[in-house]
Design a protein around this ligand. Structure first.
Ligand SMILES: Cc1cc2nc3c(=O)[nH]c(=O)nc-3n(C[C@H](O)[C@H](O)[C@H](O)COP(=O)(O)OP(=O)(O)OC[C@H]3O[C@@H](n4cnc5c(N)ncnc54)[C@H](O)[C@@H]3O)c2cc1C
Length: 382
């Protein structure tokens, strides 16, 4: 979809990266989509091929296996995988732009050297485990505990809804190091899935995002070396809060790109589909629906691009990122629902991209902090 306000974010090198990524997704990922959806995860070799081509951890410093690139390269990955409908690669973004940065920022030198280069090649897959069966929005209420025992912490607890939970080799886990305290009793640990006492549970069957593995994790007396703690004990919650603006903007950027793709596909569909002897694009209702969607997506595009500029300047605040996350994911669902309606019965059939987009979109208002929690955070800035 051509928008009237030109984007000013990218340089020619970002566009070259975009072209290479598009070719990769079209040849290596999309041909396997149905099989991936049926099996519930993408093939492991897609991670390795993506790593070899430089699409994983692009912003990591070169000494840790990345390209030391700026975050606009990550934006290209979110946008282009979304535009092509390769939502099965959402786990890439979580791995590269959420998990790896925690290690880079708060991990010891030893931890960084042990994990980051192999995360960049795709040999190791990362996940982050905060949510528990009894605590999602209320993260201060998590029950997982990590009790110090000499040079180790003994980790017990259960986590659920974990993206990459089935494929993962390492997990950043939030656990209470002082159960008597709320936020200041929480710490973060890098837990290796080879550590005894760590087990993976079911791969969860979801409404959408069928090829994106989402699972349960269990920790039963896992002895985690103290050197695997990220940063200081008791500072885990503060670290999570610091990273959230960028993480939430990632969801907003993906949401806008997915909605733009849905609008493009719907425009083509409406041109071709005939009713009452004419293209359904000729009905005023169709044109007005698409005009409204285009307008709102243009507004969203300008807003999120400006937020990216603030991220690059290091000044995106939590309330603005929460606005982007809640407003863009609400818009994504609204636009995609309207687009599905314009497809009639075909829109409800899984073989049509709009049906998948509709089912995939619903989770975005829930994960990364629900949209109600976003409004709660914004209201604190009033
Ligand atoms: C596809 C998918 C992938 C996910 N990936 C991960 C992952 O990789 N790692 C991870 O840790 N988690 C992950 N999650 C979990 C996700 O972050 C949580 O589901 C989310 O934070 C909501 O928590 P909850 O499910 O416990 O809902 P609850 O907290 O039980 O909320 C239920 C309802 O109550 C509302 N609510 C709760 N508190 C308030 C309040 N104070 N004010 C107003 N309304 C409120 C919520 O908005 C929601 O509508 C994922 C979830 C999904 C669906």
């Amino acid at each position: 979809m051509a928008f009237s306000i030109p984007r000013t974010l990218f340089e020619p090198e970002h566009e070259q990266f975009r072209d290479a990524l598009r070719r990769f997704v079209v040849t290596e990922v999309l041909p396997h989509r149905e099989r991936h959806e049926k099996q519930g995860f993408i093939d492991r070799d897609i991670w390795l091929k993506g790593g070899a081509a430089g699409f994983l951890c692009p912003t990591m410093p070169e000494e840790f296996g990345g390209a030391g690139a700026d975050r606009r390269y990550s934006v290209v990955v979110f946008e282009e995988t979304a535009r092509l409908g390769a939502v099965s690669l959402l786990g890439w973004s979580l791995h590269s732009d959420i998990v790896a940065p925690y290690l880079l920022r708060y991990g010891s030198e030893e931890l960084k050297r042990a994990y980051l280069p192999r995360m960049a090649t795709g040999e190791l897959i990362g996940a982050i485990a905060m949510t528990e069966p009894g605590a999602g929005s209320d993260l201060q209420g998590i029950r997982a505990t990590a009790v110090r025992d000499g040079d180790h912490y003994v980790l017990n607890g259960a986590k659920t809804f974990i993206t990459n939970g089935w494929h993962c080799d390492l997990v950043v886990v939030a656990a209470k190091t002082d159960a008597s305290r709320g936020a200041s009793g929480t710490s973060l640990f890098v837990v290796d899935t080879t550590m005894p006492g760590f087990t993976k549970g079911r791969r969860l069957e979801k409404v959408g995002l069928k090829a994106q593995d989402t699972g349960e994790l269990f920790f039963d007396g896992v002895r985690v070396p103290a050197g695997h703690r990220l940063g200081e004990e008791g500072r885990g919650f503060a670290y999570l809060m610091q990273e959230l603006p960028w993480e939430r903007l990632q969801i907003a950027l993906t949401a806008v790109a997915l909605a733009e793709a849905a609008l493009d596909g719907t425009l083509d569909y409406c041109r071709d589909r005939k009713a009452f002897g004419k293209s359904i694009l000729e009905f005023q209702n169709t044109r007005f629906t698409l005009a409204e969607a285009k307008t709102e997506l243009q507004v969203a595009r300008v807003f999120v691009d400006r937020c990216v500029e603030l991220v690059l300047a290091g000044t995106l605040d939590a309330a603005t990122a929460s606005m982007a996350k809640y407003w863009c994911t609400d818009l994504q669902c609204k636009v995609i629902d309207a687009c599905l309606q314009l497809h009639g019965g075909n829109g409800y059939m899984w073989e049509y991209p709009i049906a998948r987009a509709w089912a995939d979109a619903r989770a975005s208002r829930i994960y990364g902090g629900s949209n109600e929690i976003m409004k709660e955070l914004i209201s604190r800035s009033l």
